[in-house]
Design a protein. Structure first.
Lengths: 382, 251
């Protein structure tokens, strides 16, 4: 699948260097603790990838991606929690066999909507379907009525706030503000050990690359071009015979699906899920990762997420109170000075030199590239 | 004159069309009929409701009352994209092309295939698409610029590109809102030539201010004034109509 047509040269360089970094360099040089941190950062890059599709290409800014991240994360956590709450493990509770927080809240039997999460297959289906369905409902309700732009962003933000309040309020069903903690095994396999964390890291990288390739595939179809067209001239698309609402719903659902997969990965890596990853602040942070990486760039989304989170960890380790100011400043700087983010800087200042380097190596290659570059390199690499 | 005609005899039959914006009737009880292969030009002073009429036909604005029949199908109840699929194409006043896409991609998007979400995911750029894009690009004088981004085209070229985007849809009724506005003299001449090629086998509804241009292309002219028809007929007849001279041409 990876050939010169699927990725042009600069994209291929981006793809391979990211693969090298994530699959070879980082696991080789980092200890398990740091690698686990990278794994955590990468879970957000799924969300950022979704935002590239939906915001970067389609022009639909969602400030509520934390909801979908959380839904995926909670679905995974429910499965792990049920497994950790076997009758043997919970025999000191007044009702053994149900999660501890339910017991504390005087719930005496497992609620109906928890029952499917006994099965890993149904859990995976839920991770993929539930957030996509919710995005479909929200999208259909908004886009069919032509709600868009800032209004859509505000409504998604409100949904993020509502979701947090709901999760915290329904303590007996969701674990409340503490979230779901004390997750231990996945089908009997202990996910807390160092070796499990390394295996999960590689699994996550593999899933991430599957998502990157999916996103790239979508981008290269006519649908990808329609998203760009829609961002620029919505009416022209409508009067070319397309139902703009359906395309927006698709982009929003795709973004929700990616976010949900990221959330499920988060639960597996970190071993808990709580409402603090669902609300307004995390949702906006995820948008900032995308903006820093470059909202038009699939690879930029991953690099942006890694860098901002790395900075966050570094800064909050030394100056915890300064981080939020740093993040706000970073966002303002990106919007004012680098509207295309890191990928824009790369494209405008670095890519040219890299291309020259390659071009010098063979004049035949240069000729072929010169024919192609005017078309292929500009936008796609963004 | 029109009594006894069935609406089906016409490509487009607009009857009793009214739209009111907060009580202001931009179009008031308007009726007109466009035949197959007819070129109809709508003229009228600013605020006469010309653009609103096109908006109503293509579904951008919903009518307050009245009917718009296209080949016997009622358009007022349909969504914009369904109206397009029924065979009505609309060009806007300001050129609206996709600047971040190439000329080729701009034209390709308007190729009438794979218009659903999954259809567009499965869409293949096959020989039929490439040939049609080439053919249209040649008609709109842009065949050497297929790989350029639309953002770098001149104003006139963008207008042509948008006309090309409509052309590739192959609509039965083509609606153009001031196609030569803002064009240079040589661009105008080329556009007239372009319009004369593309009007074959379809009906065209044009809004235009340039009287020389109108005279060149119109089969029939409708003069709108304050949302109503002031006069209708050949250019010659309209030009000699004292009412028209008073409100419009005399100035």
């Amino acid at each position: 699948m990876i050939n010169s047509r699927f990725f042009n040269r600069s994209e291929l360089i981006g793809f391979l260097s990211l693969l090298l970094l994530l699959a070879v360099i980082l696991p080789f040089f980092l200890d398990t603790f740091r690698l686990n941190l990278v794994a955590k950062y990468l879970t957000y890059s799924f969300v950022a990838l979704g935002l590239v599709m939906c915001w970067g290409y389609g022009g639909i800014l969602s400030l509520g991606q934390g909801v979908f991240f959380g839904l995926g994360g909670y679905c995974m956590a429910m499965f792990l929690k049920l497994e950790a709450s076997s009758v043997a493990n919970t025999k000191i509770q007044s009702t053994p066999g149900i999660p501890d927080f339910m017991d504390w809240n005087q719930i005496t039997s497992l609620p109906l909507f928890w029952k499917p999460f006994h099965s890993l297959t149904l859990t995976i289906i839920a991770i993929l379907v539930v957030p996509t369905l919710l995005a479909f409902i929200i999208g259909a309700a908004m886009f069919k009525r032509r709600v868009g732009g800032v209004y859509f962003a505000i409504i998604t933000q409100a949904i993020a706030a509502i979701a947090t309040i709901l999760i915290i309020g329904q303590q007996g069903y969701t674990g409340g503000i503490n979230g779901m903690t004390d997750l231990r095994t996945l089908n009997g396999w202990d996910i807390r050990t160092d070796s499990a964390k390394v295996i999960l890291y590689f699994f996550e990288v593999a899933v991430l690359f599957a998502c990157i390739i999916t996103a790239q595939f979508i981008r290269l179809t006519k649908l990808g071009r329609i998203l760009v067209a829609m961002r620029e001239q919505e009416d022209r698309v409508r009067f070319s015979g397309y139902s703009v609402a359906n395309f927006k719903i698709f982009a929003f659902c795709a973004a929700a699906l990616f976010a949900s997969i990221g959330g499920a990965m988060f639960t597996l890596q970190i071993g808990f899920m709580s409402p603090s990853f669902v609300g307004i602040v995390p949702s906006i942070e995820m948008v900032i990762y995308t903006a820093v990486g470059g909202r038009m760039s699939i690879f930029g989304a991953v690099y942006g997420t890694l860098l901002v989170n790395y900075a966050k960890t570094m800064l909050s380790e030394s100056f915890p109170e300064l981080w939020l100011f740093g993040l706000g400043g970073l966002f303002i700087a990106v919007v004012l000075f680098f509207p295309n983010g890191l990928s824009g800087i790369w494209r405008d200042h670095v890519a040219r030199h890299v291309d020259r380097l390659f071009a010098m190596r063979s004049s035949a290659a240069r000729k072929a590239w010169a024919n192609k570059s005017s078309v292929a390199d500009g936008a796609p690499a963004e | 004159m029109l009594v006894g005609h069935q609406p089906k005899d016409f490509l487009l039959a607009v009857e009793g069309l009214t739209v009111s914006f907060d009580g202001f009737k931009a179009v008031n009880d308007l009726s007109f009929y466009v035949e197959e292969n007819e070129i109809r030009v709508i003229i009228g002073p600013n605020g006469a409701g010309k653009t609103t009429v096109l908006d109503l036909i293509c579904g951008k604005t919903k009518a307050t009352s009245g009917s718009i029949q296209f080949r016997g199908t009622e358009l007022t109840k349909m969504k914009e994209n369904q109206i397009v699929q029924a065979g009505v194409g609309r060009k806007f006043q300001t050129p609206s092309v996709y600047e971040d896409l190439t000329v080729f991609e701009n034209l390709e998007i308007c190729f009438p295939r794979g218009r659903s979400v999954f259809g567009s995911l499965m869409f293949q750029r096959d020989a039929a698409v490439r040939e049609r894009v080439q053919e249209v690009a040649e008609m709109i004088f842009l065949k050497d610029r297929l790989d350029m981004y639309a953002a770098v085209l001149s104003h006139g070229q963008k207008q042509w590109l948008e006309i090309g985007m409509l052309l590739i849809q192959d609509p039965d009724l083509l609606m153009l809102d001031e196609p030569v506005a803002g064009m240079s003299v040589s661009e105008r001449a080329k556009t007239a030539e372009l319009l004369n090629t593309i009007i074959k086998n379809r009906s065209v509804l044009v809004i235009e201010h340039d009287m020389k241009f109108v005279e060149d292309i119109a089969h029939k002219v409708t003069v709108l004034h304050q949302g109503q028809i002031l006069s209708e007929g050949t250019m010659e007849k309209v030009q000699n109509d004292p009412k028209v001279i008073e409100v419009y041409l005399g100035h």
